[in-house]
Design a protein around this ligand. Structure first.
Ligand SMILES: Cc1ncc(C[n+]2csc(CCOP(=O)(O)OP(=O)(O)O)c2C)c(N)n1
Length: 330
């Protein structure tokens, strides 16, 4: 859905409602996916985005036709925010024929070119050179598109990350690298991963502009992100943004997240942008329990329908495994 206010304007009530719904859609999608996983209906890995939804929603609001998102394996939130149909996303998680990529990609490889969703990559940092390639294509063809490349803070210490950033700076590419610093790479906290607290200190080495903030407000995030996106679009100026965020679930479904305390999680819950947007609806716009519940019920219904669709979808045709594979004759 299109935003009703520009990134620099204060949001009106309708806009707060819209953004609340968009974030809640991702959260409920993932909660139902999590349940299906524990019921054995989803195999393989499942990395949830719960807590980070505001980033995907703010991003989707800024995208124009042709813009691309290239992201990690924690990719469902972007797909839902960009407008991929939840039932096709869920069917992909279930490995079914009607999935976003026919059921052969699974959780980590969501892809939908028409919606600007250019993957879903499982190799930490491996997607940055790919994203730089997309941005190079935009500069070369002059299509005016911006590539938004998302990575975890753990990816900041990977060689391919720096190859991608270096090319972006050297060739002045229309790209924004966004580090979603959710504090942990699997179970390793940031201070045990790196020598610096502020990951944007690396930006000047690649002639990138930078910005860094804690994501508690989806509208602030959209506004500040829009500045980098516009500089990339109009001046081919690459940027490195660090977003301090939090994932409320374990790294993947097999991680009970015992490396953090209940107190830490409680502190973060009060900063959760979804919670804060709900508070804004209640305190600034007169919403009560009934109104909030009505929104929630409709979204749960939408996402449950996605689960039902995924369950009913057939298995992929066996031949589909070989589609998109290059097989050369001897
Ligand atoms: C090159 C590579 N090394 C190791 C892994 C295993 N691995 C998967 S996720 C992950 C942690 C990445 O953490 P971060 O980049 O902070 O992203 P987050 O999971 O927090 O979103 C690791 C080490 C991998 N997928 N790819």
């Amino acid at each position: 859905m299109t935003p009703t206010t520009s990134p620099t304007q204060a949001p009106d009530k309708d806009e707060v409602v819209r953004v609340f719904k968009e974030m809640l859609r991702i959260r409920r999608f993932e909660e139902l996916a999590s349940r299906a996983y524990t019921q054995g209906k989803i195999s393989g890995f499942l990395h949830l985005y719960i807590g980070q939804e505001a980033i995907a929603v703010a991003t989707a609001d800024l995208m124009k036709d042709g813009d691309r998102v290239v992201t990690t394996y924690r990719d469902h939130g972007f797909a839902v925010a960009l407008g991929c149909e939840p039932q096709r996303c869920m069917a992909e998680l279930f490995g079914k024929k009607d999935g976003l990529v026919g059921g052969v990609g699974g959780s980590m490889h969501f892809f939908d070119r028409d919606k600007g969703m250019w993957g879903g990559y499982a190799i930490v940092g491996g997607h940055l050179p790919v994203a730089a390639g997309h941005a190079f294509a935009s500069k070369y063809t002059g299509d005016g598109a911006v590539t938004l490349c998302f990575l975890g803070e753990g990816a900041m210490h990977i060689g391919a990350t720096h190859e991608g950033m270096h090319l972006a700076g050297l060739w002045k590419l229309p790209i924004v690298f966004v580090v979603e610093n959710n504090q942990y790479a699997m179970g390793t906290p940031l201070k045990r991963q790196t020598l610096v607290d502020d990951l944007t200190v690396r930006a000047p080495a690649y002639r990138m502009t930078s910005d860094r903030w804690e994501v508690t407000d989806v509208f602030e995030t959209r506004r500040r992100l829009s500045e980098a996106v516009e500089r990339a679009r109009t001046d081919n100026q690459p940027a490195l943004i660090e977003l301090l965020t939090y994932r409320f679930r374990g790294h993947s479904m097999s991680d009970p997240a015992k490396y953090r305390t209940k107190d830490e999680v409680e502190v973060q819950r009060k900063k959760d942008p979804l919670y804060r947007t709900e508070q804004s609806l209640r305190e600034d716009h007169g919403f009560g329990d009934d109104a909030i519940e009505a929104i929630d019920d409709a979204i749960v219904e939408e996402m449950q329908a996605a689960v039902d669709f995924a369950e009913a979808s057939p298995q992929p045709d066996p031949e589909h495994r070989f589609r998109n594979h290059l097989v050369e004759d001897d």
